[in-house]
Design a protein around this ligand. Structure first.
Ligand SMILES: C[S@@+](CC[C@H](N)C(=O)[O-])C[C@H]1O[C@@H](n2cnc3c(N)ncnc32)[C@H](O)[C@@H]1O
Length: 257
């Protein structure tokens, strides 16, 4: 049975794209990034675990690769969750995790980033791989998505974003955009048969924020210590941002007797 919330999600603009592409989604990703996407997610997973969190979320987990990398690297006892609004993606994630997560349990949950099904401050680390662009690029709910990330992150908790970026050097930037608009679009279309999905991917990546712009957006939203590490000539990068203390907060250590 489809409930009201389900119906609302189905009507969202990008939802159709992400329920249509999963069959060849992983293969296309590996081909268009020359296999480097695996390495980028692994680096992001390490970053998600760097401050020894107890509860980690893979937001917009898709077919689960970031969550699976985190599961393979995490200490026992870390609670792992993945959330996405595409049921076909979640079905693949669940199957893959059974084979690849080294027996670690990942709870894959259906939910929308504009109304996440978790309590305030629940996670101390949130990773987002190649989905922050979907949540923010020309998305009327961009602010709402960022506010939700902040709501479910504990104070001092970390948000790790691995995402396409804009190379600083003009020549490399131009080549990157050509690569996106011809190779990524053409190959994605050919392999998946979904023209719209790969047109959207190529255009949104070519027009997405520079690292400086995105750092500014995160800082303005309420994150501190926002950093960016460029990867592969700056075509991709990893952002790390920490949720700030609320205004007026001052830490007073307990007196020891
Ligand atoms: C480009 S895929 C990235 C998937 C995965 N994180 C990866 O690294 O391959 C974007 C994912 O975000 C999900 N997504 C997009 N908008 C969403 C939203 N508002 N709420 C929940 N999931 C969303 C899509 O269903 C899709 O699985």
């Amino acid at each position: 049975m489809i409930d009201y919330a389900d119906k609302m999600i189905r009507n969202k603009p990008l939802h159709g794209i992400f329920t249509a592409v999963p069959r060849r989604y992983d293969l296309v990703n590996h081909v268009i990034t020359w296999g480097l996407d695996k390495r980028w997610r692994w680096k992001a997973a390490r970053e998600c675990l760097a401050s020894q969190p107890e509860k980690v979320l893979d937001l917009c987990c898709g077919t689960g690769d970031l969550a699976i990398n985190i599961a393979r690297l995490a200490e026992n006892g870390v609670e792992l969750t993945g959330v996405d609004y595409s049921r076909p993606m979640l079905a693949i994630a669940t199957q893959k995790a059974e084979l690849l997560a080294k027996g670690r349990r990942i709870s894959f949950t259906y939910g929308d980033a504009d109304n996440l099904p978790f309590p305030d401050g629940y996670f101390d680390s949130i990773g987002i791989s190649f989905a922050f662009r979907n949540l923010t690029y020309k998305n009327p709910l961009a602010q709402r998505h960022i506010a939700e990330i902040l709501r479910i992150l504990s104070t001092g908790g970390k948000c790790v974003i691995v995402e396409t970026s804009q190379p600083r050097l003009k020549l490399i930037r131009k080549l990157f955009h050509l690569y996106l608009r011809w190779f990524v679009f053409g190959l994605g279309y050919l392999f998946s048969g979904n023209r719209g999905a790969y047109h959207y991917l190529a255009e949104s990546a070519a027009r997405f924020y520079t690292a400086e712009e995105l750092k500014e957006i995160l800082a303005t939203a309420g994150f501190s210590q926002v950093s960016f590490r460029p990867l592969f000539f700056g075509t991709v990068g990893i952002y790390v941002a920490v949720k700030k203390e609320p205004p007026g907060f001052s830490y007073k250590p307990e007196k020891r007797s």
